[in-house]
Structures are given as C-alpha cells and as structure tokens.
Design a binder for this molecule. Sequence first.
Ligand code: CU
Length: 73
Amino acid sequence: MAENHVVFRLRSSDVVHGFSLKDFGVFITEGIQPGKSTLVTFRADKTGIFTFSCNSICGDKHENMQGTLVVKA
Ligand SMILES: [Cu+2]
C-alpha cells in the first residue's frame, strides 16, 4: 500500500451527514447514515491545507460543519 493512501472511517451519532473533500475528488453522495460506518479512501498526492465539509443538509448548523485536513510531505 502506498504511503499516501488514506482511509477515513466516517460515522454519525445523530442524523444523516455528508462529506466532501473536493481537492481530492471525494464526495459522499449517499450520506453517512447514523450508526453505520462509511469508508472513504483517497490518495493524498499533494501537500497543503485542504477544507472538508458536510455536503448533506443536516440541520441549523450545517453551514458550520467543515474542517481542515493538513497533508505534510
Ligand atoms: Cu450538513
């Protein structure tokens, strides 16, 4: 397995959420169902600071559901 192969296991404890990491072409379209794990894999083939966010309308705080992924060499 290559060093830059990344696996995220995404889970929700309340409602259906989404996940988007557009810089690496990652888009969860079927939603992250509560109580289930959704695996996301991608190759972190570039370094930098990248934004990920929820791409499923999940409630009042949906717009705040984002974070940063830091990929270092
Ligand atoms: Cu959301």
